[in-house]
Structure formats: C-alpha cells, structure tokens
Design a protein around this ligand. Structure first.
Ligand code: GLN
Length: 308
C-alpha cells in the first residue's frame, strides 16, 4: 500500500509513467530536467542511474535496454526529484571526483572544484625537491586538498584545519577510505588559539607550505550564484566579508607565525581578487608573489614566499 502511494506520488510530482528500460528512464529524466530548465548533462543523469542501479558504466552502455526493477526506478526517480530541487548531483551521489580520487561529500562540505586541482598540482610541483615537508591546509572541508597532497607525497606531514566538526568528520572518513594519515585540527582561522594549536600540531619545527581555498565569495554576489551552490552548499565555506579579503589577511598572519624561511603560502582566490590578494600579501611582508590563472585564463590562485 505504502509502495503504491509512493509510486503514485512520484508519478504526480515527476510525471514519469511506468518506463522500464535504462535508456527510457534516462531519456524521460533528461526531458523533465530540460523542461524545468535545470542544467544537467546526460553524463550526470547516467551517473544517477548507475548509482541507483549499482551498475558500472560498461554495464549501462552494453545493455541500455535492460529492464530496471521497480525499486531501482523509484530510487532513480527520487534522485531526479532532488535534481529538480537543484540539489547538486555530487550530494545526491554522495561523492565527487578530485585529483583522480573519489571523495565522499555531503552538504557540510563544499563540493571539490576542478580549478582547485591546479592549486594541488602547483603545490606538489613546488615542493617536489623538499623531503618530508610539513603542509597545512586551512579550511580543509572534504579534505580533498590535504588528502590529495598526502596521497601524492606519503612522506609529507599534512595538517588539515576546519572550523566545522561536521566537515572534519567527512574529511576523516575520506582520509580513512583513501588510506592516508592526516593530522586534523578543529579551529577557526580568526580564533586566538589557532597559532598555538597549529604550532603544536606541527610539533616543534615550521611548515613548508600553507595552502587554503578559503571562503571568498562576497555577500553582494549572493544574487548571482547558481541555486545549486547558494541553496545547498555550506555558506560558511563560500562567503567572506564584504571586502572578500579578511581570510587572506588572517592567512598571511598565520603564515608569518608558522612557515619556515623557505616556506610558501598558496591560496585560491576569486577571479576578481588576484591583485588585491597580491597586495594583502605584499603588505604583510611576503616576497616573490605570483598570480596564477586557471584553465579559462582567470586569476585563480596566488603564491607568496616568506624570505627565500
Ligand atoms: N569557487 C567556488 C564557487 O565558485 C567558491 C569557493 C570558495 O569560496 N572558496 O562557488
């Protein structure tokens, strides 16, 4: 009875009638999303079916006309219903790919962005000659930056900091799943305790790299953000102060207190803010400051050295 009621309600809200093959389900979902003007790629819809049906993409492509059982169809329709409410596909799936690894995600963490992979790539290139570097990731979220670095450099001591206990739970889970050992620290970049606690976590010496993808969207941009981001991703991971620069000022200070003379600060930034972040770091006394662009040619991150 309950089953029938649920089925009925899916039909009412979603409008898909008794379709049974994989191909048909995908097609109808695509039509519905298009009709409701929800941006979605065929790939995303396929991912939802793969997840609902617990099958591989090879299985889907080799047997697109296989019948889908009613419970699987219902699960898939519920996923599509969530997309219709503009929930990002990664939260529906419960994971996201980053730097060739799979990270669990939920709404307490920002979904890893492809442009942040460039930050990781640059960090890894830069510290390639350094043995056993200490790396600190501030605002680690899902842990994607910290864990990707540790995965590529098992000799590094990586410390991931976040203000959110829920985010750190996701990061911990990801580190365990990906077999990486990270030191996690729950603290606020603006707290009085962070310098001492980070120094303790570093354990005596100083860090080689301080990396961060801080919240950098300014509140006046709220109106222009995609509903997927605005309605579903954690606002404390997205929004900075009105100037958008407060996180960079605090990161610059934290770097001065915890980086070695040969250390580097490397931060992701808003594409409009490259020059301003550069100025914040110059003002704080950093040298060798460089702006780096993303694949679409926009300023995306800044690196700065301490002394050497
Ligand atoms: N790049 C993200 C976006 O465009 C913002 C991430 C951040 O604030 N650090 O939504």
């Amino acid at each position: 009875m309950l089953f029938e009621t649920q089925q009925q309600s899916f039909r009412n809200t979603y409008g898909i009638e008794n379709v049974t093959t994989r191909r048909e389900l995908i097609k109808q979902a695509q039509d519905k999303l298009t009709q409701e003007s929800v941006p979605s790629t065929a790939k995303e819809i396929e991912w939802l079916l793969l997840e609902a049906d617990s099958i591989s993409s090879v299985e889907l492509f080799s047997k697109p006309n296989a019948e889908v059982s009613e419970p699987v169809a219902q699960t898939f329709k519920a996923f599509v219903q969530r997309r219709l409410a503009r929930e990002p596909v990664q939260y529906i799936l419960g994971y996201s790919e980053f730097f060739g690894l799979r990270f669990s995600v939920n709404p307490s963490v920002l979904i890893p962005r492809p442009e942040t992979e460039l930050l990781v790539e640059h960090a890894l290139d830069w510290m390639a000659p350094t043995q056993s570097p200490v790396v600190v990731d501030v605002g680690t979220g899902s842990g994607c930056v910290a864990i990707s670095i540790k995965n590529a450099r098992p000799d590094a001591h990586v410390i991931g900091i976040d203000i959110s206990a829920d985010a750190l739970n996701v990061a911990r889970e990801n580190a365990i799943a990906l077999n990486t050992s990270i030191t996690w620290l729950e603290d606020d970049l603006y707290s009085d305790t962070i310098i001492d606690r980070l120094r303790k976590a570093i354990g005596g010496g100083r860090a080689k790299l301080l990396v961060s993808n801080p919240p950098y969207v300014t509140p006046n941009e709220k109106g222009s953000i995609e509903p997927e981001v605005f309605m579903h991703e954690p606002s404390e991971a997205l929004f900075a102060d009105a100037s958008g620069l407060k996180p960079y000022q605090a990161l610059a200070q934290l770097g001065l207190e915890t980086l070695s003379d040969t250390g580097m600060l490397m931060v992701e930034n808003h594409n409009d803010a490259g020059r301003k972040v550069e100025a914040v770091f110059a003002e704080a006394g950093y040298i060798g400051i460089e702006r780096h662009r993303d694949l679409s040619g926009k300023d995306r991150f800044v690196s700065a050295r301490i002394r050497v």
